[in-house]
Design a protein around this ligand. Structure first.
Ligand code: ADP
Length: 466
C-alpha cells in the first residue's frame, strides 16, 4: 500500500509534468510562429532591398549596367540566402549568380535546408523563385529573378536563438519540477508527520498506555482535530481507568468492614460462642441490608454515569414535590424538632425526570436533617431565569470545613468518618445527586460555613424548545 506522502509526491509531480507539457506546447508553438513570421519578414525586406538596388546600378552616361556593382550586390544577397538572376528585355544583360558561383549557391541552399531540418525534421521546403520587373534608363524594362530555400528558412543566428530559448525553457521546466517535488516533500511531511505520531500514540493507547499524548502540533485543521480527538480520548480513557480502579478499591474498602463483622458474628454463633438470639440475628440482618443498599446505590451510580437509562423528563411542580417530601420526612423532622420551610409557589416548575429529581431532593434533605441540630430549620428555594432553574437546599446545621468541599461529591467521601458511620452514611448520596444533576445537563455546588450551615445549589437547564 502506498503512503500518503508517496501518493502526494506522485500526484503533484504528475500534475506539474502535465502542466509543463501543456505550457511547453503552447510556448513552443508561439515561438515557432514568431520566428516564422520574423524569417519571412526578413527575407521580404532583403528581396525588397535587392530589387531596389538593381535599377540604381544603371549608368546613364554609358547606358549600361555596373556589372561589378551587380556582382557585389548579388554576392551580398547570396550571404542572406538569395540567388539573384538579372535579365533585361533587350538582352543587353543576362547575369545569373548561379552560373558564376554555382557551388556556393548549391551549398547555401543545402545549408538552409539543413538548418530547417535540424529544427523541424518534418519541414517540407525546397527551392523557390520569385520574379520581379524593374524599370531602368528611359523606361526600359528588365526583371530580377530571386531564388531561395522556401517557403522560408531560418538563418544561423535565428537558429541559435530559437535553440537557446528552448534550452532555457527546458531548464526552467526542470527547475520548476524539482522545486515542486521538494515543496511536495515538505508539505507532505508536515501533513503526514503528525499523522504518523497519531498512529504511534494510538498504538500505545491500544496497548493500555492510557494518557499518552501527541506532542505534535499541526498547521492543518483536520490533522489538528485528529490529534486533539486522540489526546482527549487518551485522557478520558485514563480517567475512566482510574475511576474503575478507584470504584473497585472503594467498593472493596466499603464492603470489607460490614462483611468481616457479619462473618465474625456468624462464626461466633456457629462456634457456639454466641447464642443466636433475636437481637444478634437482627444485627446481622441490618448489616446485610446495609451491604445490599451499598451495592444497589453503586448500581444506580454506575447506570447514571454510564447513561444506561433514559431520562423521562417532564414539568415538575416544585411546590407539589416539596409538599409530598415534607409528608415523607414528617417523622424524621418531628424527631429532631426541625422546621422545613418551602419557598415555592404553585407553578414553579423544574424540567426533569420526576423520580430522579425527587431522589436528589431526598438525598439533600436527609443530609440536611442528619447534619442539623435539634430545633433547626431547613429551607427549600426555587428560582427561574431565562435559561436555568435553580434549587437551593439550605440548613443551619454543623456545616462543612472549606478544605473538605472540593471532595464532597466524590463517592464514599465522608467529612468525618466516625460521625458518618455513627449516623449511618455511606458517602454515596451526594455522588448520586451530582450524577443525576449532570445527567440533566445541570450543575451542583455547595456553600458552607462550619457551625452555621450549608447550602446545596442545583442548577437545571429549562426545557429547550428544540
Ligand atoms: P452520607 O451518606 O455519608 O451522608 P453523602 O454523599 O450524602 O454521604 O455525603 C457525604 C458527606 O458530606 C457526608 O458524610 C457528610 O460528611 C457531608 N455532608 C453532606 N451533606 C451535609 C450537610 N448538609 N451538612 C454537613 N455535612 C454534610
Amino acid at each position: 500500500m502506498k503512503t500518503i506522502r508517496m501518493r502526494l509526491i506522485l500526484v503533484y509531480s504528475a500534475i506539474t509534468i502535465a502542466t509543463l507539457v501543456v505550457i511547453a506546447f503552447f510556448i513552443n508553438g508561439s515561438i515557432n510562429q514568431l520566428f516564422e513570421q520574423y524569417a519571412k519578414d526578413r527575407q521580404k525586406s532583403q528581396i525588397e532591398y535587392i530589387r531596389n538596388q538593381i535599377p540604381e546600378l544603371y549608368q546613364e552616361e554609358s547606358e549600361s549596367f555596373d556589372i561589378q556593382g551587380i556582382e557585389v550586390a548579388a554576392n551580398a544577397a547570396l550571404q542572406n540566402g538569395l540567388i539573384v538572376h538579372i535579365q533585361t528585355m533587350n538582352q543587353e544583360i543576362d547575369w545569373d549568380i548561379n552560373t558564376h558561383k554555382n557551388q556556393e549557391c548549391q551549398l547555401m541552399l543545402q545549408h538552409s535546408e539543413n538548418n530547417m531540418h535540424s529544427r523541424y525534421p518534418n519541414f517540407v521546403g525546397g527551392y523557390t523563385e520569385e520574379k520581379y520587373d524593374f524599370l531602368y534608363g528611359d523606361h526600359k524594362t528588365g526583371h530580377v529573378i530571386i531564388g531561395y530555400y522556401g517557403p522560408y528558412s531560418l538563418d544561423d543566428n535565428e537558429l541559435i536563438l530559437i535553440n537557446e530559448i528552448n534550452k532555457i525553457l527546458f531548464l526552467l521546466g526542470v527547475i520548476f519540477l524539482v522545486l515542486v517535488v521538494l515543496l511536495t516533500v515538505l508539505i507532505s511531511r508536515s501533513i503526514t508527520y503528525p499523522i504518523t505520531s497519531a498512529i504511534t500514540v494510538a498504538g500505545k493507547i491500544a496497548n493500555g498506555k492510557y494518557g499518552t499524548q501527541i506532542d505534535q502540533k499541526s498547521r492543518n485543521e483536520e490533522t489538528q482535530n485528529l490529534i486533539d480527538a486522540i489526546n482527549d480520548m487518551s485522557v478520558k480513557l485514563q480517567t475512566e481507568e482510574k475511576q474503575k480502579r478507584q470504584i473497585t478499591a472503594d467498593v472493596a474498602h466499603e464492603l470489607r468492614t460490614p462483611l468481616s463483622n457479619l462473618q465474625g458474628n456468624l462464626e461466633a454463633m456457629l462456634d457456639g460462642i454466641w447464642e443466636p438470639n433475636q437481637e444478634k440475628l437482627l444485627s446481622c440482618h441490618e448489616e446485610i441490608i446495609r451491604l445490599a443498599s451499598i451495592v444497589q446505590q453503586m448500581q444506580v451510580l454506575y447506570s447514571l454515569e454510564n447513561r444506561n437509562e433514559q431520562l423521562e423528563c417532564e414539568s415538575i411542580d416544585f411546590s407539589v414535590l416539596c409538599r409530598s417530601l415534607s409528608v415523607d420526612f414528617a417523622m424524621k423532622l418531628e424527631a429532631k424538632q426541625i422546621r422545613l420551610t418551602v419557598y415555592a409557589k404553585k407553578g414553579d416548575i423544574v424540567w426533569g425526570d420526576r423520580y430522579k429529581i425527587r431522589q436528589c431532593m431526598i438525598n439533600l434533605i436527609s443530609n440536611a436533617i442528619q447534619y442539623s441540630d435539634v430545633g433547626g430549620e431547613i429551607e427549600l428555594h426555587i428560582s427561574n431565569d431565562d435559561q436555568y432553574t435553580t434549587i437551593l437546599v439550605k440548613d443551619h446545621g454543623v456545616g462543612i470545613p472549606a478544605d473538605e468541599l472540593p471532595n464532597l461529591f466524590e463517592r464514599f467521601y465522608r467529612v468525618d468518618k466516625s460521625r458518618s458511620t455513627k449516623t449511618g452514611g455511606m458517602g454515596i448520596g451526594l455522588s448520586i445527586t451530582k450524577a443525576i444533576v449532570e445527567r440533566h445537563g445541570g450543575m451542583i455546588s455547595v456553600e458552607s460555613t462550619p457551625g452555621k450551615g450549608s447550602t446545596f445549589i442545583m442548577t437545571f437547564p429549562q426545557k429547550s424548545e428544540k
